[in-house]
Design a protein around this ligand. Sequence first.
Ligand SMILES: *Cc1c(COP(=O)(O)O)cnc(C)c1O
Length: 381
Amino acid sequence: MTHWHLECSACAHTAPGDSLATVCPQCGQPYLVRYDMPVPRLDTIAPRWDMWRYRSIMPLLPEEEPVSLGEGATPMQEIPELARAIGVRRLWVKDEGLNPTASFKARGMSAAVTRAAALKVPGFVVPTAGNAGAALSAYGVAAGLPVRVYAPRTTPKPILDTIAALGADLHLVDGHIGDAGKQARAFAAESGYFDVSTLREPYRIEGKKTMGIEVAEQLGWRLPTHIVYPTGGGTGLIGMWKVFAELRSYGWISANEPLPRMVVAQSAGCAPMVRAFEQGADHATPWENPETYASGLRVPGPLGDRLILRALRESGGFARAVPDDQIRAATARLAKASGIDVCPEGGCAFAAAEQLAAQGAIPADAEVVVFNTGSGASYRF
Ligand SMILES: *Cc1c(COP(=O)(O)O)cnc(C)c1O
């Protein structure tokens, strides 16, 4: 028996926690993990220095060991000069580039591979804009299971090299991640390999929600007023918004404490979530001809569109599109102010924060966390 079950994010359908879950069989929308255990106390945090220190509020049985490479527990650096420069009270950068294979995809893959390996899948397949494939390749090695990756031919070469170095079976695709997804699903159907595409299984969210727990713990179990997140498939944004409600219900953060406004940052060359948010829609329509060098943001039709929009509305957040030339400038500026080798996606988030602050949408007394989601080194070739 697991101490969690799966619940469809759109209809009432549920499934047991020990089923090899994909999406809701009734409506095709993503499942979310719902916990059934007694309220966990703060002292159930485990004495280890990775995201599994929060194992008591994650999908892991007490007797299980996770498939882990030391993901999470990333630094959150405060940069007072930049806070002053953009006109907010405090500004931090959470540096996810320090994860195994240099992006926060490690968190989601550690959780997803842990659950699927426990259910004895024969192997893993994923379509990727790059970093998810690199992370899955690493966790496949850790689990002792084969991995197949479908990635656009335009994926940054250092990321493709990482996938190959880790021994995964890499297939290059003409087109974007949506095109890669079609081939990955066809291969999964014929091989029985488990498809860990964003939100086609519920556990990558549970890994990525640990970013939200870390932000809270690093601030002394308080939350910032704004979290700016460079959004592709949206897993991290959805996961953090989910876990803030969980932390509140456990009493790990005060019920009086306001939750952060969640802010989506996208490239102007592929901004389906910004467009849907501005139109007041409850779902997004796929972006035609997605073009951006911030490859993690080149996701024209995210499956989690409804959940992203729900998090934005429930949190009172914003969505902002930034042209690639402004992303480049902001990436360089943030790197030189922080000492972090910022990735373009992180630069996009910083640019969105700066622009929203300049317009007064993010107020002068704001406490802002910007996510740098990967490493600039992955994009230099
Ligand atoms: C995947 C990725 C993103 C987008 O993350 P989602 O949680 O899917 O929205 C942003 N930045 C980088 C570097 C990525 O690899």
